[in-house]
Design a protein around this ligand. Structure first.
Ligand code: B1M
Length: 212
């Protein structure tokens, strides 16, 4: 099987077809890690690039993200720990009092596509839950999303709680969401702000490269 067909089917957002191809690949004894690294990840990377360039629109990106997610549900149990998450572990969630998850889930998929082991803790997550998740999973990246002006302050509170717990330096903190700005990110002491999910991975990569 030509794994570039998997990338193409993912970009086209054909979830059922993609899942069948992935299953077929496994039946043909193709290493699941190769299906991920040479098929799905390049496909998701291309989706991110096309979206950024304005060559794909939101509903198409969501279809591709959903297709990736369905195929990953099948593939994940077959992968060894070493096969995924080379870039590190990311905790991502929407802050307390906020139920919006579409943008957050898109960002999660982009990071998963970039090789992060992404633990998506969901919506309406208390400050304590964020801190506990960072501690439990020893992650190196924390992503927070807020869509309401009333819930944005929770992001700063989580950062303060990380400081109080003595683990602020363990994680790079990236924030996003429609009302969030670069200036706000600076004010609350986040490391990074991403205006959209497509650019979030590049912004993180660049920051970490310059840091190391
Ligand atoms: Co709500 N809502 N909503 N809503 N909702 C907004 C956000 C609002 C702007 C609509 C408006 O009034 N024009 C407004 C907020 C006003 C404000 O505070 N400034 C609003 C309101 C007021 C409310 C309620 C209070 C309404 C009510 O009940 N009276 C209520 C609050 C509920 C709550 O959260 N407690 C509410 C409820 C809902 C629904 C549940 C009905 C639904 C959410 C469904 C869901 O998410 N599963 C909903 C929706 C859909 C919206 C709008 C229409 C669309 C949001 C969305 O998904 N956009 C929104 C209006 C709008 O934005 N046009 C609105 C698409 C998504 C891809 O974009 O999430 O911005 P976005 O994500 C972007 C970037 O921001 C960035 O990348 C994404 C893609 O590029 N990004 C990140 C986001 N998170 C990131 C994290 C990163 C990096 C980038 O790294 C970690």
């Amino acid at each position: 099987m030509d794994l570039s067909n998997i990338s193409e089917t993912l970009i086209a957002g054909k979830a059922d077809e993609l899942r069948k191809m992935v299953e077929e690949g496994v039946k043909e004894n193709i290493n699941p890690a190769d299906i991920l690294n040479q098929g799905l990840l390049p496909g998701m990377d291309a989706v991110g690039k096309k979206w950024k360039a304005g060559d794909m629109f939101m509903p198409e990106v969501l279809r591709s993200a959903k297709a990736m997610s369905i195929s990953m549900d099948f593939l994940r149990p077959l992968l060894k720990d070493d096969d995924v998450g080379n870039a590190g572990t990311m905790i991502i969630g929407t802050v307390a009092g906020d139920l919006h998850d579409i943008g957050k889930d898109l960002a999660a998929m982009m990071f998963e596509g970039a090789g992060y082991n992404v633990i998506n803790i969901g919506i309406d997550q208390s400050n304590e839950n964020f801190v506990d998740a960072v501690k439990e999973h020893k992650c190196n990246l924390l992503g927070m999303s807020a869509l309401l002006t009333t819930t944005m302050p929770r992001m700063g509170e989580v950062i303060n709680s990380l400081k109080e717990a003595g683990i602020r330096d363990q994680v790079t903190v990236i924030i996003g969401g429609a009302p969030v700005t670069e200036e706000f990110a600076r004010e609350i002491g986040a490391d990074l702000y991403a205006p959209n999910a497509g650019s979030a991975v590049d912004i993180t990569r660049e920051y970490l490269q310059n840091k190391n």
